[in-house]
Design a protein around this ligand. Sequence first.
Ligand code: GLP
Length: 239
Amino acid sequence: MKILVCKNYDEMSERAARIFAAQLILKPDTVLGLATGSTPEGMYASLVEKYNEGKIDFSEVTSFNLDEYYNLPKENDQSYDYFMKKHLFNHVNIKNYNLPNGMAEDVEKECKDYEAKIDAAGGIDIQVLGIGQNGHIGFNEPASAFKKETHLVELTESTIEANSRFFESADEVPKKAVSMGTGTIMKSKKIVLLASGEAKADAIAKTVYGDIDPMVPASILQLHKDVVLVLDEKAASKL
Ligand code: GLP
């Protein structure tokens, strides 16, 4: 694991954006793995800026998002589809973007199809990750075993609680989501995990120094050969 400690959120966002920009310049037909959450918002803003300055181009890019809420229409302003359009897709010339369809009638089939689509695209070249306070990546929640492929997840109380800040109340937060598995994530050629703020410090310390344990899903990243953690000082404070 490589660890970059940045002064603050803005520096973290810029450092991460440069890694992605460099990737797009070197390989214009990159397959991007994308994440939602408040953490990558600054990085997306910086990528949009670089696009507007003519430094990067998304026309040949294919992207796959990590996850989507189950049974929440795309049009809902809390859906991850909505988030991605708002922060990135509506502002750049990307044509080929994909998110799991949380509204699919046959979710199991949707999970299999999503996995197959990633493989057919040649696999993910570079995946951005955030991290939950309980160490979850995508929506791979702490569990007794690592879940390999894209699957339907029951969200934990702590995740529902953490995400309730975006909804009117915890009751409105979807209780399930469709998420890439830890296996899907581990197949990415390169992984860039972003974390900012003290609330993530514990999860980051366990990810780096803890046992590889499905109760801390991000700890599996210790086994990946090309991972960069881009952290601000607060998220890195327990390392
Ligand atoms: C959600 C997303 C994760 C994200 C996490 C942390 O649970 N599914 O991909 O990493 O939230 O979000 P935030 O960056 O807002 O702290």
